[in-house]
Design a binder for this molecule. Structure first.
Ligand code: PLP
Length: 407
């Protein structure tokens, strides 16, 4: 039997029928009309936001909508967070439906001219990834008689230790190398554009509070050095994010309160040039991953070679990450449960597989679950981030998953 990750605290400890926002999983399926279904609990998201606010006084909270760009979810997030971070013109359009442009920033390499123009016209901040991008943004602004709002994304010399995805400390398509950042700030300011500050993103999915705190302190120091070198006070420094969530057996949740304490200490000693600067932390999965449950129904239970396969009606087409094919090197099991028998004893070892004709379509590999029969609901936890929008929904022509925001 292979281990599964921990059921998120919002659902751990439940007995019998899985409830989400106080209602049985089956009731949500009935309301949605069918499986497969993603259910996102607004109350659990609000709880994470409250936890962030308590731990980080006076630091803005941005939501990186790539984690889950469902419009209904963005409507729920908009009043809770200070800004949205987007990564394409499509995400920009979605974000603009629920947040004013002044609260939206746009990062990501390879922004096309039409994407730059859309951001400039709307009044969103471009987190510029290169000198070339700045030059194109300035030219577009001039042609249209508009003042672009531009922050410089810096490729820091630091890395976020232990992060699942490192995005700093090495040659990178993301951001401008720190040694060239101050010069680029001068170009932006000299051109009369609205320089918004720095965006410094070192990595994702970190669970070690010491590592996150160390990266934040180094980011703060770097921002101070760069601002002094550029001779200007940045209105905003986006300190990155990278707060991880426990997906797998043995993962220990990030101690965000400890990170908050260490950041407050670092802030107290920040460079004078940053005294009037606002700071932001940009989070995706930490805000939404644990609030989401993917519900899929058992279609078949079959035996092969002495093993039991529970075949469900959705798989990697909706929940690629749980199949181990989205950013993990070694396949490990997400937490799964029999939604009608939470907390029940493990009765058999099964593999939970989706309906796609590929051996990759496996949601649970040799996991221990209570006995599952045709018609039962399987819950896949940690489905609130990088689920529906990060999965190949069109592959093999199955219907898209339904999605609901509840609570
Ligand atoms: C610039 C940037 N911001 C935010 C995120 C969101 O990361 P996470 O969902 O791990 O918080 C990413 C992830 O790749 C990113 O590249």
């Amino acid at each position: 039997m292979k281990p599964m990750g921990p059921v998120p605290v919002g659902f751990a400890g439940q007995q019998g029928t899985l409830t989400i926002a106080g209602k049985a999983a089956e009731a949500w399926v009935e309301a949605a009309g069918d499986t497969p279904l993603f259910v996102y609990d607004r109350g659990l998201i609000a709880g994470q936001v409250a936890r962030f606010r308590a731990a980080f006084a006076d630091v803005d909270l941005h939501y990186a909508i790539k984690a889950n760009p469902l419009p209904l979810l963005l409507d729920a997030m908009a009043p809770l967070v200070d800004g949205f971070d987007v990564a394409s013109k499509g995400e920009l359009a979605t974000a603009l439906a629920s947040k004013p442009a002044a609260r939206i920033s746009f990062a990501g390499p390879g922004k096309r001219d039409d994407e730059l123009a859309a951001a400039i016209e709307a009044g969103a901040t471009l987190n510029a990834e290169s000198e070339g991008e700045v030059a194109r943004a300035l030219a577009i602004g001039e042609r249209r008689g508009l003042t672009p709002r531009i922050a410089v994304r810096v490729n820091p010399e630091l890395e976020l230790r232990g992060s699942g995805m490192r995005m700093g400390g090495r040659p990178s398509p993301f951001g401008v190398d720190a040694v060239r950042a101050a010069a680029l700030v001068r170009v932006i300011r000299d051109a009369g554009a609205d320089w918004r500050g720095f965006h410094i993103y070192a990595g994702s999915q970190a669970l070690d509070a010491g590592a996150v705190a160390e990266a934040q302190a180094a980011t703060l120091a770097l921002a101070g050095r760069l601002a002094a070198e550029a001779g200007a006070m940045p209105p905003l420094v986006n300190l990155g994010g990278g707060f991880g969530v426990p997906y797998f057996a043995g993962d220990v949740p990030l101690d965000v309160e400890a990170v908050g304490e260490r950041l407050a200490e670092a802030m107290a000693g920040r460079a004078d040039v940053l005294r009037e600067t606002r700071f932001a932390i940009e989070l995706g999965r930490w805000l939404v991953a644990e609030a989401g449950v993917y519900l899929t129904r058992v279609v078949d239970v079959k035996q092969s070679g002495g093993e039991t396969f529970v075949v469900v009606d959705g798989g990697l087409n909706h929940q690629l990450a749980a199949s181990g094919n989205f950013g993990t090197v070694v396949r490990r099991n997400y937490p799964l449960a029999h939604a009608g028998a939470m907390g029940a004893d493990v009765i058999e070892e099964v593999s939970v597989v989706g309906p796609l004709c590929t051996p990759l379509d496996r949601l649970g590999d040799h996991v221990g679950l209570p006995r599952l029969s045709v018609g039962d609901l399987v819950a896949v936890f940690l489905a609130g981030a990088y689920g529906a929008s990060a999965s190949p929904a069109g592959f093999l022509g199955h219907p898209p998953a339904r999605e609901m925001v509840v609570g």
